[in-house]
Structure formats: C-alpha cells, structure tokens
Design a protein around this ligand. Structure first.
Ligand SMILES: NC(=O)c1ccc[n+]([C@@H]2O[C@H](COP(=O)([O-])OP(=O)(O)OC[C@H]3O[C@@H](n4cnc5c(N)ncnc54)[C@H](O)[C@@H]3O)[C@@H](O)[C@H]2O)c1
Length: 434
C-alpha cells in the first residue's frame, strides 16, 4: 500500500520505518521542516541503536520519503496513519489541537480525491473521539461520507507492539478498531507481516485498550513500589518478595482476576488487606493504592444498589450467593451486604442458592447462615425457576453455572443486571429490558 504518516515524532517515525520494512511505500509529513528533513535522510536522534538502524534502512530503501505538503501526502497515498501528539492540558484533559488540525487537512485533501482512502488513528484518544469528533471533522471538510468514500480505523499503540519497537520480529497482537469491515480489511493490509497477529474489534474498544494498557502498567508499578516500601520498613527484601509472588501464575498473575465483575470479598481478602493497610499506617508508610482498593471495593456494592434502584421495580432476584462461584464460605460476603441493603430499603428479595435445603446439616454456607444470618437464610431458594418467576429484576452476582444461560430463560419485561459479566450484559449502563 501507499501510506502517508502524519507526525514524525517518536511513534510516527518508528511506524513509518516499520511500514517501509513491511514493504509499503511511505510518505511522512510533519510541519517542522527540520524534523521532516532529518527523517527523510534517516538522521534522527534516537538512543536505541536497533531503532536507529531501522529508520536508516527505511530512508535508504527508496520507499520512504517526506514532504511538508499534507495535501500531496493524502493524494499520493491509499491510507493515512495519524501519529500526532495528544498532550495533557493543565487540568489533565487531552489537548486535541494537532489532531483536529490533521483531520481538517485530511478532509480538505479528500474533497478532491475520487478513490477510497483509509484513515487510521494511531494517536492516543479517549473512547468516542474517533467516531464522535475526528470522523465528523473529516466528513465536514471533505463533503465525503465515512464508511462509503473513506474508511476509519483506530490502531492503538500498545506495549510490545511494533510501534513500541520492543520486538519487531515477534510483536504482540496488533489491535484494529474498525468503523466497518471494509475499513478493517484495508487496515489489516498494513500489518500483513508473517509474525503479526491482528485482532479486529470496535473503534471504542480499541480507543479504550490504549488507556487500559497504560493504566494497568501504572497500577502494577505502583503496587510493586508500595509493597517495596512496606517491605523496606520491615527490613525485608521487596525484590525477593515480588519474585516469589510472581511465581504464582495460577492466582497472582492469572487473567481470571482481570475480568470486571462484582466486589472482591470472602474470608481473607478484605481482612488481610485491612491488616496490611493498618500496619503501613503504624510504620508511617504511605500506601494510597492499597488503601484505595478497599474504598473502591465498597463502591462496587453501592453501584449495584444504584443499578437496582434505577429500575424502579420492587421484586429482586439474586443469582449466585457465594462471593465466588463454588465457594461455601460467606464471611464478609458482598452479596449479603447487597441483599441486606435492598431488604432494608423495602425491596422483596429472593436469592437463588443451589444447595440450600439439601445439605443443610454439613453445608458451611448453611452453618454461617443459621448461626449469624437467619434474616438472609429465609430469602434463599433452591429453585432457579422459582426465583426467576417471582422477580422483576434479576441480578447475577457471581459466575455460577446456573446463571450462565439466564438471559435466555427470562420472560416478559424482566430486567437483567449482570454484575458478574457472565451473560456479557453491560451492568454500568441502564439495565436493558429483555
Ligand atoms: N512516545 C511514546 O512512547 C508513545 C507511546 C504510546 C502512545 N503514544 C501516543 O502516540 C501519539 C504520538 O506521540 P509521539 O510521542 O510520537 O509525539 P511527538 O510529540 O514525539 O510527535 C508528534 C509529531 O507530530 C507533529 N505534528 C504536529 N502537527 C502536525 C500536523 N498537522 N501534521 C503532521 N505532523 C504534525 C509534530 O511536529 C511532532 O513531530 C500520542 O498520542 C501519544 O500519546 C506515544
């Protein structure tokens, strides 16, 4: 393909070099004449010798050149990759000035272009920006229609993919958020190299993925640093602790704990986190992330209550009673807190619990219920059909098997609030009528 790259900073230059290496013909453009000129001859101040070699190779390949004229860059290419900066404003919001300017330039050029053109946004933007702002700007200035005259994709820069240059021979999967299939098919052509896996998704998902990647990095580094500080206060080797912790792939590094769902709880997590945060205070060690985890967890229960309140219905069925599927220990159970609050607010609550009644003699759940929570015990039912039949709103609170096909069993205008994400309903929006 013939590709124009707008913005020859760190990301743009590396992208231009990778696209050239993949066999495409690339025109880079940047309003800074010196930047464009230096990129064109492969001379650029880059500390990494591998990247420097890649850019020099691109410049001497005969398939990479630069121009100061954005119009000709668009007209002489089939696709445009936007790599301009999106810095922070003083209040933390994104400054989209350069991005807007580029979209106006692309739109103005497309106004006189007959052929289909693909626009790929590589700059970091928040969900909704590409479709709700940038595409509209291009449409307004080109008098052309997105999805018809031109295609639009979002290709976020993720850690370890080719535009981060970490391992160009074995990059992580490339994510393409596509406006439509034609846009995605065209964008896929850009990354057609032997070792590259391409994942196709919606534009908003791709926009979000950039921030998830950055936020997750930030949280992990902060977590490790807070643990390091706590260890140091105890004279323990924090590196050693984290190395041991990372050996546990089944729990500590498992993707199972990286799915949105309901609050964490159970017999150990809150208790032990509280103890650690208390110890940090005693040692005068500041651990804002660890302290915030407890607050954030409480918010999950408040949020679930808000979702139920917004339905304006009174009969509520809760599916999944244990804090995680298959567990029988209900100490510090967030579902108990949810049910108690709803009962206190006057809702009629029924809770589906598979084993209730059958193994009452030796079931741990029943033991805890009978000894401390008789008001909850009387809400339980062993019949899924009964709970579904009596409820106007059904809340899935954990990933129990019985809850998995519930959306198919719901009749009439019952509302499903899927906190566990097993039916892939989105619990944060207003609940959907089924
Ligand atoms: N630098 C990184 O490591 C990194 C990593 C991941 C994501 N990103 C994202 O990638 C994007 C680009 O970042 P960067 O670090 O390469 O930025 P940068 O500041 O290094 O480069 C941006 C370039 O765009 C040029 N530019 C400005 N207006 C232009 C226009 N109208 N037409 C053409 N070029 C124009 C600037 O002159 C500059 O050379 C940002 O959204 C950033 O958040 C960067």
């Amino acid at each position: 393909m013939r590709v124009s790259v707008f913005g020859l900073g760190h990301v743009g230059l590396l992208s231009a070099a990778c696209l050239t290496r993949a066999g495409h013909t690339v025109i880079g453009t940047d309003p800074e004449p010196q930047r464009a000129a230096l990129a064109g001859i492969g001379r650029f101040l880059l500390l990494d010798p591998g990247l420097k070699r890649l850019i020099t190779e691109a410049a001497s390949s005969g398939r990479f050149r630069t121009t100061l004229d954005p119009r000709s860059a668009v007209l002489e290419s089939d696709a445009t990759l936007i790599c301009v900066a999106t810095p922070s404003n003083a209040n933390g919001s994104l400054n989209l000035r350069d991005l807007d300017a580029v979209c106006i330039q692309i739109g103005t050029a497309l106004a006189v272009k007959k052929d289909y053109h693909l626009v790929v946004v590589h700059s970091a933007v928040l969900p909704g920006t590409v479709e709700g702002r940038l595409t509209l700007l291009i449409e307004q200035h080109s008098d052309r229609q997105a999805g018809h005259h031109f295609g639009v994709c979002m290709n976020p820069v993720l850690s370890g993919d080719w535009s981060e240059g970490q391992d160009l021979d074995n990059p992580n999967p490339i994510v393409i958020g596509e406006l439509d299939t034609r846009s995605g098919d065209s964008a896929q052509q850009l990354y057609k190299t032997p070792n590259t896996t391409v994942v196709r998704t919606s534009i908003q998902t791709a926009e979000m993925l950039n921030y998830v990647s950055k936020a997750f990095h930030a949280v992990r580094v902060t977590f490790a640093n807070e643990i390091g500080d706590l260890c140091a206060a105890h004279g323990i080797d924090g590196h050693n602790v984290m190395e041991h912790s990372c050996l546990d792939q089944r729990s500590n590094l498992s993707p199972a704990y990286l799915r949105p769902g309901f609050a964490f709880d159970g017999p150990c997590y809150p208790k032990d986190l509280r103890a650690l945060v208390y110890r940090a205070k005693e040692q005068d060690v500041d651990c804002p992330l660890l302290s915030a985890a407890l607050l954030s967890n409480q918010k999950q229960v408040s949020h679930a209550i808000e979702l139920v309140e917004r339905t304006h219905r009174s009969r509520i069925g809760i599916l999944g009673f244990d804090f995680k599927a298959g567990s029988t220990d209900i100490r510090e159970n967030p579902i108990v807190r949810l049910a108690e609050t709803l009962v206190g607010k006057g809702y009629e609550v029924r809770i589906f619990h598979e084993n209730v009644g059958e193994t009452r003699q030796d079931d741990t759940t029943s033991f805890f219920l009978d000894s401390g929570l008789p008001h909850i015990a009387k809400l339980l039912s062993p019949s899924l059909e009964e709970v579904l039949g009596e409820s106007e709103v059904v809340v899935i609170a954990n990933g129990e098997n019985a809850a998995r096909n519930v959306s198919d069993l719901l009749l009439g205008d019952r509302i499903l609030i899927d906190l566990a994400g097993v039916s892939r309903e989105v619990p944060t929006s207003l609940p959907k009528h089924l």
